[in-house]
Write a protein of this length. Sequence first.
Length: 153
Amino acid sequence: MVLAVIVVVGVFAVAQPFYANRIVDPFSELALLGPNKKIGDYPKTVAAGEKFNLYVYVGNHEGWSTYYRVYAKLGNRTSTVNENVSLAVEPMAQYEVILPDNQTWTQSATFQIDVPGINHRLVFELWRFMPEENTFAYDHKWVQLWLNVTRPD
């Protein structure tokens, strides 16, 4: 019994240096923060033509430095976006950062929507640079903010 415990402890001790820096499940993070840099304090209604501020947050846990691009796009309730399909409209803004592993980045983002309407969908998509293809690819991560845009007074 004592010999079995010594063998198990020995194997565990020898294996630790090999697995200590291994990323088991690499991932990237994308979040949208409100004007106070917090999740949840988002505007729900803005006036057409009025500028409003949000923050884009990206976190890198891929195990290496990664070149990210975030697209901001405007859609509506019938627009399709999900983990497999990016929103098929031209971006209204884009943000780029090269982020070392285990680092985060927060970027101020100011927007203005000129067309009044209900259920405008402000979508942010995370894209990563793929060196093998020398292009950016959709990283299957997106967040959205639903906005009602009123006529200016």
